[in-house]
Design a protein around this ligand. Structure first.
Ligand SMILES: *Cc1c(COP(=O)(O)O)cnc(C)c1O
Length: 342
């Protein structure tokens, strides 16, 4: 087991998050036991997976004496929202670069959900850049400008997916191992949404180095499976180097991603996502999100229906948050505009 206590951590969330069975969804699908890890309940301004990453990233920023956190993301980025909240919490400023990633955004997409909360918490949008812009370069330029103006910026790349952030999900894997062993079951599969890759990299490292051989399955929300596995594997290696683990057991084959549930692209609704969000809401009273966890759950449902998971398997779905994004996609779920067929 990796000792994370060696790394400074800024308390920002409510941990451990609950691990619960979803009895009704399990019964409805008639497949494996489906558990849910409630990382949507981290408590930081409606929560989500970036909170764990930010505990390590913000601790590093404070140690460096930073006075402003800068980061980037899509207009409805949950990462941007949680970074702005973390900055407010520790009393520093935040500036963000927004990248246009969704075509023809609705009024709800432009102003509701995360966007509304960002304004409420005093987050400042430094610039909006077109799709395809090099956001890492743009962040470096912004940091230089701020330094020239006498500020002390700390750069958090989009999604917080650098080794410090990845450690947040090593901690999640450690929690999972402890919670499942206390509850008396072995985890066969972990399923979750994968984007900038830090969540999956951390889960894979944390499970393997914790002596657990559950299979981690990342459901891509944008990239092809090949690109996504490459991205996650390179983050795994960077993080192992950073932590200087003597003899890591994690292997390239531990990194498995699928792009079967992306649909028309990042942030674009799919019929399977809408079905998954509705089904989990109606059976469990749990709210997923349209961009990440909804597509990941669509993947899990499809695997169950195709018989790819055994009936006695224990599957843990990581709810990575993003629920407020539902408001930005209100029309997609509007029962008048999109008649349900049941
Ligand atoms: C960022 C995000 C993810 C993806 O996590 P990565 O570490 O970027 O792969 C999944 N779900 C939600 C809700 C997110 O905001």
């Amino acid at each position: 087991m990796i000792d994370l206590t060696a790394y400074p951590r800024c308390p920002l969330g409510h941990f451990p998050t609950p691990l619960e069975l979803m009895p009704n969804l399990t019964r409805h699908l008639g497949g494996p036991n489906i558990y849910i890890k409630r990382d949507d309940c981290t408590g930081l301004a409606t929560g989500g997976n970036k909170t764990r990453k930010l505990e390590f990233l913000v601790a590093a920023a404070i140690a460096e004496g930073a006075d402003v956190l800068i980061t980037s993301g899509a207009l409805q980025s949950n990462h941007v929202r949680q970074t702005i909240a973390a900055a407010a919490r520790v009393g520093v400023h935040s500036k963000v670069l927004i990248q246009q990633r969704v075509n023809a955004p609705t009024i709800d997409y432009k102003y509701s959900g995360n966007v509304m909360l960002n304004g409420l918490m005093g987050g400042e949008i430094a610039a909006q850049l077109p799709a395809g812009s090099n956001m890492d370069e743009a962040l470096d330029t912004l940091a230089m400008d701020l330094r020239r103006a006498g500020r002390k910026p700390f750069v958090i790349p989009g999604g917080g997916s650098i080794p410090l952030g990845v450690m947040g999900y090593v901690s999640c894997a450690q929690e999972l191992i402890e919670q499942s062993s206390k509850a008396g079951f072995l985890i066969d599969h972990v399923v979750h949404a994968t984007g900038s890759g830090g969540t999956q990299a951390g889960l894979v490292i944390g499970m393997r180095e914790g002596g657990n051989d559950a299979r981690v399955f990342g459901v891509s929300v944008g990239a092809t499976a090949v690109e996504q596995e490459r991205r996650v594997w390179s983050l795994v290696q960077e993080t192992l180097d950073y932590m200087r683990l003597p003899e890591p057991t994690v292997d390239r084959r531990d990194v498995v991603a699928s792009s079967d549930y992306v649909g028309d692209g990042y942030g674009m609704p799919s019929a399977a996502m809408v079905e998954a969000v509705r089904l989990v809401a109606e059976t469990e009273g749990i709210l997923l999100d349209p961009v990440y966890s909804g597509k990941a759950m669509a993947g899990l449902i499809d695997l169950v229906r195709k018989g790819r998971l055994r009936r006695d398997d224990n599957v843990v779905f990581i709810h990575t948050g993003g629920t407020v994004g539902l408001f930005a996609y209100r029309q997609v779920f509007d029962p008048v505009m999109h008649q349900s067929h049941s």
